[in-house]
Design a protein around this ligand. Structure first.
Ligand code: ADP
Ligand code: ASP
Ligand code: MG
Length: 822
């Protein structure tokens, strides 16, 4: 056993604090015991209430004050839970019995306090603190019985608060003296409850939620202990709250100021006032994980280190704040307005989290806890009664449902461009900054945003400042036909490669077809998404689907359209406006009204997202990209001549004496070359759309009427349904066969050629001789000849598979990768 004199003489002792999450279950209590037993130095151990107990106690107090009798059941349950715990961890029967009796009497006190609340008209803080104290008193007693040879002390004997309230104001002169006196003569391992304190009159108080950290720091500072260790359920102080930012990682070291700043702005891993006393006493602090004791944790001290290369150390947030703005001409140049304002707030003990003043001095805004909001507004209304009510020179405005995010780091001072990175990350993701403030120490920049965007904002900021382990892409797919299914298969088979080589993780968040839809924030497994859609999906509704995915408000999002549906195409504007990129294989949006096409491009560039449609022409062939690159680099497209229908090329290549036109069409459909409705190909509609898209990409303002179509099938074939169509084509099978033989004799072939030149397009079935570049075009291939200023004599040729679900899906995949700069 260690002799306690050493405590004070040499500072050779440590203070260890175990939070509620470390003492939640009998299993974790065993871990705590192992950690304590492995210490080579004497220590004082501060413990929190068992996990969730403080919340339940607070719930019971509220119920009692609302005259809800269920507080009795709730308190019985809390007491029972502790007795269960005792049974599970304490082996010795005598100890067990004694401890249960202690809990019974603590329970009686608890019940008495709750009954008093029930019988009184107001929820007095004094009584609430009495109720809350049960948690730490019970847990510390149980733990000290469990850890043999330890001594239990009640912190109410030596931690004294100034006011009888739940406040954190500690009477340090008195407290420090009492602590020194208390521990001067003690020996052994000491276990004490965190969080609870008392007034100098002996009334129980508490140090505020999360206050056990503070208890430990106060003791460590008073005794000049060698070290303070905070043991919790995460590996240390992290770059952000891991519950909100999955990619957050542990920070190796922080200065006191950085850690204080982060905890001031919500990093609850260390309770806000905790670091003040240890900072003054220069006591090194570290944060560790009870569930991973071997990991190095975070060291908090004096040394500045910038291990991770980022100019900031961490990001924290306060989830709920209200922003109060005092605004009006009376603010301008009137000295003393701020003094009056803050004087009024201080008079009502309102804690101001952040202040910002517009440079015009027309307004001043400050953030407060929502629970302080009403009294803050009342306080300033009273102070400025004359200006607000009589002269109407000032207005008070309260904005609710807001959050604050702060980025923190000492290195920020010397690094330009931090705000730019911050605002760019937010802006690009459609997150509006309502107010901003920079701490005068330049240790932090904070922004106020809508609460609904908090998680997204934290994540995009984290992505912006920290090299992340991976990038996450959130995907929404419409269409599970041939292209959609093939894409899903390809995504699935590439997934691990993309993760290993490009640190890219693809999450399918939503999927819909014409029958069913499903949106799941947690992600839908690619390998079984089609079955899940079929079995668990709800009735499809594309409008509703889009609204839901927009509401999710996820970063790095892309919507992939693998349908040929006009209804889906009309949604793109809405999708892009929601900062979601669109990748489409559906030609309709780009080939309908020129204005719509322009509008989509406009929204995409305004929002900083991508609108990609490479596969609308020539499947996976790099046609649109090539034209766009040529134009961007200053070339002019003079003429486009192309075979753009893989389907028609396949049909005319396949036809022979045993395979008439109608059968060749059926075969093209079966092979998945044609559009779902092959008439779209046979009528020329599909090719018209494609040449229109190319002409527009080449910079021409082309509308559909600018493209002339000469049909090779009579109009009558297109008047009925699909069966009528096949029957009608059959009537012409013989005629086409005869014409084909004629062509063959003359060494010519049919090619369905689209041309665009001088602002006009045409689409026509032509016969070409062996000199023509398309003569040897096999199967379902496409060919595009681009005559440009630079490629005038010999046109540039792009040629290859131009149809088929797999190549189209691969093209969509490639577009998707380009969206995210892979
Ligand atoms: P304890 O019960 O040990 O006091 P808390 O729940 O009070 O634990 O604090 C630990 C929690 O703090 C973590 O589980 C984590 O969700 C949250 N947290 C918020 N910000 C951070 C951060 N920057 N680093 C680590 N944890 C954080
Ligand atoms: N048990 C108290 C709370 O939950 C104190 C603490 O855990 O630090 O707020
Ligand atoms: Mg805590």
């Amino acid at each position: 056993m260690h002799h306690m004199d050493a405590f004070l003489i040499n500072g050779l002792m440590k203070v260890l604090k175990f939070g509620g999450s470390s003492v939640g279950t009998p299993e974790s209590i065993r871990r705590v015991k192992r950690i304590i037993e492995s210490q080579s130095k004497p220590c004082i151990v501060v413990v929190s209430a068992f996990q969730e107990v403080t919340d339940s106690l607070l719930g019971a107090a509220r119920m009692a004050s609302e005259k809800n009798l269920q507080y009795r059941d709730l308190s019985d349950n809390i007491i029972l839970k502790h007795k269960d715990f005792i049974e599970k961890v304490i082996v010795d029967q005598t100890t067990q019995k004694a401890l249960r009796e202690t809990i019974t009497s603590l329970g009686a006190e608890l019940r008495e306090a709750l009954d008093s609340i029930y019988n009184s008209d107001t929820l007095a803080r004094e009584l609430t603190d009495q109720v809350l104290s049960f948690g730490e008193r019970a847990s510390s007693l149980i733990i000290s019985c469990y850890i043999e040879g330890s001594i239990h002390y009640d912190s109410r004997e030596f931690i004294i608060t100034l006011r009888n309230s739940g406040d954190t104001e500690v009477d340090f002169d008195l407290t420090n003296q009492l602590i020194i006196n208390k521990f001067k003569n003690c020996v052994g391992l000491i276990i004490i409850p965190g969080f609870i304190a008392s007034t100098s009159f002996g009334k129980t108080t508490t140090l505020g939620r999360g206050g056990s950290d503070y208890t430990a720091a106060i003791i460590a500072a008073a005794l000049k202990s060698e070290k303070l260790e905070i043991w919790t359920d995460v590996d240390g102080f992290m770059t952000a709250d891991p519950k909100k930012v999955e990619k957050a990682y542990t920070i190796a070291s922080l200065t006191y100021s950085e850690a204080m700043e982060l905890s001031h702005f919500g990093a609850k891993v260390v309770y806000t006032p905790t670091l003040r006393p240890v900072y003054k006493a220069k006591i090194p602090v570290s944060v560790h994980n009870t569930f991973n004791p071997d990991s190095p944790g975070t060291a908090i001290g004096d040394t500045r280190e910038n291990g991770n290369g980022s100019p900031i150390k961490g990001i924290s947030s306060i989830d709920h704040i209200d922003l109060i703005t005092l605004q009006g001409a009376a603010m301008v140049g009137v000295t003393g307005t701020s003094a009056r304002l803050f004087g009024a707030l201080a008079g009502h003990a309102i804690n101001i989290i952040l202040i910002t003043q517009a440079s015009s001095e027309f307004s001043i805004s400050f953030a407060v806890k929502p629970s302080d909001s009403t009294s803050a507004a009342d306080a300033i209304s009273a102070e400025f009664e004359k200006e607000v009510l009589l002269n109407k020179e000032l207005k008070i405005n309260v904005e609710k449902n807001l959050s604050i995010i702060a980025i923190v780091g000492e290195k920020m001072k010397n690094t330009p461009g931090i705000s730019a990175t911050l605002f760019k990350a937010l802006g690009r993701n459609g997150i509006n900054v309502i107010a901003t403030a920079q701490g005068s120490s330049e240790l932090n920049i904070s922004v106020v945003i809508k609460h609904e965007s908090l998680t997204k904002a934290l994540n995009v900021i984290h992505d912006g400042f920290f090299l992340s382990r991976y990038k996450e892409i959130n995907l929404f797919i419409a269409g599970t036909g041939l292209v959609g299914s093939s894409l899903i298969k390809q995504l699935h088979s590439q997934a691990s490669l993309l993760f290993d080589n490009h640190k890219l993780r693809i999450s399918l968040i939503g999927i819909t077809n014409s029958r069913k839809m499903i949106v799941d924030k947690k992600g839908i497994p690619l390998e079984s998404c089609r079955e899940i859609l079929k079995n668990d999906g709800e009735k499809a509704n594309i409008g509703e689907f889009i609204q839901r995915i927009k509401k999710l408000n996820l970063r790095n999002s892309a919507f992939v359209d693998c349908t040929a549906n006009a209804g889906v195409a009309t949604e793109y504007g809405d999708i892009l406006s929601g900062y979601i990129s669109v990748v489409t294989a559906n030609k309709i949006a780009c080939s309908s009204d020129l204005n719509y096409y322009r509008k989509l491009k406009g929204i995409a560039s305004e929002r900083g997202v991508r609108f990609m449609y490479e596969t609308t022409v020539g499947a996976g062939l790099p046609i649109i990209r090539t034209i766009s690159d040529l134009v961007l680099s200053g070339d002019t497209i003079l003429k486009i001549e192309a075979v753009l229908s893989g389907t028609l090329n396949f049909i005319f290549n396949e036809m022979n004496s045993n395979l008439p036109l109608s059968t060749a069409i059926r075969k093209a459909r079966e092979k998945g070359y044609s559009e779902p409705d092959p008439r779209v190909d046979l009528s020329g509609t599909d090719v018209v759309r494609k040449i229109l898209i190319l002409a527009r990409e080449a910079g021409y303002d082309t509308e559909r009427d600018d493209v002339k179509v000469i049909s090779f099938l009579p109009d009558e074939c297109f008047s009925g349904d699909l069966n009528d169509f096949y029957r009608c084509v059959e009537k012409y099978d013989r005629e086409f066969e005869e014409r084909r033989i004629d062509l063959l004799k003359n060494n010519r072939k049919w090619r369905y050629i689209a041309t665009f030149e001088n602002g006009k397009g045409s689409v026509e079935l032509k016969s070409v001789d062996s000199e023509h570049p398309s003569y040897h075009l096999e199967g379902s291939n496409n060919i595009v000849l681009l005559t440009t200023e630079r490629y005038r004599e010999l046109p540039m040729v792009i040629k290859g598979y131009g149809a088929g679900a797999d190549v189209t899906a691969a093209g969509v995949f490639a577009d998707l990768m380009r969206v995210f700069n892979v």
